[in-house]
Design a protein around this ligand. Structure first.
Ligand code: NDP
Ligand code: 8X3
Length: 252
């Protein structure tokens, strides 16, 4: 293996932004550890991308801390040195007023978007601090920078991601580890299918304008990981042209 080749671990690689990032990184020659719960999708992606780079898959639920640590501990030697961590796994669950929200939805968003990100990071960061190098990119959201009606807990989870990102950057600063967040607005992925649990309203979310595509976000993520050693992209807010804020979208 080429010694200068980097290894990236991407959570939520089975669809949307994580999937597009896996393809972008593979195109750029970065070896990959791809994570997600849907094993068949991981296997399909591995088959395709193995033609370009080395790929290892880890099938676990980030909500389960034991499973998370076990999976990361199981990495074979060739993939143990994680140079780049992309904390992407996450979703919104529901869009309800705070007085009507589902406790299961709240648990899912806090457990996946916040605690899952922490578990994965805690398992990987000690390797980075020992080597005094590495880069962590947390996928936040415009919802981490402003709160919109009925966004309450999802927005809270993404505000937490931004606070945790800043905390990581401060605590890991003396180790030379880069930490940043990429915060997109509306991206056309499976996000709305998950948020609305398959309800047909999900089909209307990206209608009447051109939303960001997962590849647009993947390109920005690659930009961040391809900067020179002294440059850290700390925080990016990106919207499609039609979107001005969480609640202002210029639709046809
Ligand atoms: P998708 O629904 O397309 O992808 C979500 C990914 O997260 C899937 O690969 C899914 O894999 C993984 N995931 C979800 N729950 C778990 C879990 N419990 N354990 C492990 N993996 C999990 O959505 P996006 O690509 O849009 O979302 C990716 C990130 O981008 C999220 O953090 C989201 O909040 C953020 N984001 C999305 C925006 C959008 O408009 N789409 C805008 C701003 C930010 P699997 O189901 O196989 O486990
Ligand atoms: C996803 C974008 O506007 O649905 O984070 O919250 S939004």
């Amino acid at each position: 293996m080429n010694k200068t080749k980097k290894v990236a671990l991407i959570t939520g690689a089975t669809s949307g932004i994580g999937h597009a990032t896996a393809f972008e990184f593979a195109k750029q020659g970065i070896d990959l550890v791809l994570c997600g719960r849907r094993l068949n999708r991981l296997e399909t992606i591995q088959k395709v991308l193995s033609k370009l780079i080395n790929v290892h898959i880890l099938n676990f639920d980030v909500r389960d801390k034991q499973e998370t640590f076990k999976a990361i501990e199981s990495l074979p030697d060739k993939f143990r040195r994680i140079d780049i961590l992309i904390n992407n796994a996450g979703n919104a669950h529901g869009l309800d007023s705070i007085d009507e929200g589902s406790l299961e939805d709240w648990d899912a968003m806090m457990d996946i978007n916040v605690k899952g990100l922490l578990y994965v990071s805690r398992a990987i960061i000690p390797g980075m601090t020992a080597r005094k190098s590495g880069q962590i990119i947390n996928i936040g959201s415009s919802a981490g920078k402003e709160v919109y009606p009925k966004g309450n807990v999802y927005c809270g989870s993404k505000h937490a991601v931004l606070a945790i990102t800043e905390g990581m950057r401060i605590d890991l600063n003396t180790y030379g580890i880069k930490v940043g967040a990429i915060n997109p607005g509306l991206v056309e992925t499976e996000f709305s299918k998950v948020r609305f649990k398959g309800d047909k309203i999900a089909n209307t979310v990206y209608q009447g304008y051109k939303a960001l595509q997962p590849e647009d976000v993947a390109e920005v993520i690659y930009f961040a990981v391809s900067r020179p050693a002294h440059v850290n992209i700390a925080d990016v807010l990106m919207f499609c042209t039609a979107q001005a804020s969480s609640t202002i979208v210029n639709k046809e």
